[in-house]
Design a protein around this ligand. Structure first.
Ligand code: KIV
Length: 286
């Protein structure tokens, strides 16, 4: 039977996140699964169930491979695995762009089925109506401006934003529109450092940077990138704090060799003494 979803009253609230503007930097990471959420929860302020899950865990080419059902399933897992972080779930492409009414319906479904505290959607001026409508329906929204992974096909690839004066003006206008629409915070992705720093000074809600600026009010990375589990290209802005690719490859190699030379399973891994009280038939190792 599935574990009950924890309630939200013990968690870091979106209001607390908003009040961290200009204060101690906000620590944010993506999470997609129950065990990873359990490991990260004590260390972070916010867990984002990003639509990057489509690429990272499901092997899709782009975040466009995410569906609302996929986001809800991973949102539920992360809620079960966390108790104190603020949990935000991404709205996947195709579930909000059409109209504010569509956006409200999708956000309500995500919150009702996961118990998450907020949703995130991509876009600035063009999505201000959607953000305002979701906020008016009582659901907090995190914005996302700059490089927008859901638009990479339209934009012709993963291109850093804010390199031209025109683009800088558009980014600032997007940030102001997202704030004005009522978002409690905004992710700034793949943007020239000075531009992200300027936006951070101009708006009163926290900016969360990814490939953006040291001056942002917080930082976020994709968990698999951060722990060295990403098998394809790792973006320049990522710092790998661990080498889980190496750890897993070495473990698999040792396991393969021990199975082949019959040293695994060893005496400790088989049931040969029926009266041994430590014998269990399940996965509980404690
Ligand atoms: O989907 C995601 O992981 C994101 C982060 C990169 C901010 O949107």
């Amino acid at each position: 039977m599935a574990k009950a979803l924890p309630t939200t009253d013990t968690r870091t609230s979106v209001e607390l996140i908003r009040r961290r503007k200009g204060n101690i930097p906000l620590v944010c990471l993506t999470a997609y699964t129950y065990p990873v959420a359990r490991l990260l929860d004590p260390h972070v302020d916010l867990l984002l169930v990003g639509d990057s899950v489509a690429m990272v865990l499901h092997g899709h080419e782009a975040t466009l491979g995410a569906s609302i059902e996929m986001m809800i399933a991973h949102g539920q897992a992360v809620m079960r695995g966390s108790a104190r972080a603020c949990v935000v779930v991404d709205m996947p492409a195709g579930t909000y762009e059409e109209s504010p009414a569509q956006a409200v319906r999708s956000a309500q479904r995500i919150v009702a089925e996961t118990g998450c505290q907020a949703v995130k959607l991509e876009g600035g001026i063009d999505m201000a109506g959607q953000i305002a409508a979701i906020v008016a329906a009582g659901i907090p929204v995190m914005g996302h401006i700059g490089l927008l992974p859901q638009s990479v096909e339209k934009d012709g690839g993963y291109r850093i934003k804010g390199r031209t004066d025109e683009n800088v003006a558009a980014l600032i206008a997007d940030a102001l529109a997202v704030e004005e629409a009522g978002a409690f915070s905004v992710v700034i992705e793949g943007t020239m450092e000075a531009v992200a720093a300027d936006i951070t000074r101009r708006i009163a809600i926290p900016t969360i940077g990814i490939g953006a600026s040291r001056d942002c009010d917080g930082q976020i990375l994709v968990i698999d990138d951060m722990v060295g589990l990403t098998v394809d290209r790792v973006p320049k802005f990522v710092k790998e704090y661990a080498d889980l690719r190496g750890v897993i490859a070495e473990a698999a190699q040792r396991y393969a060799s021990e199975v082949r030379n019959r040293t695994f399973p060893g005496p400790a891994n088989v049931f040969s003494a029926p009266k041994d009280p430590s014998d269990t038939n399940g996965g509980d190792k404690s």
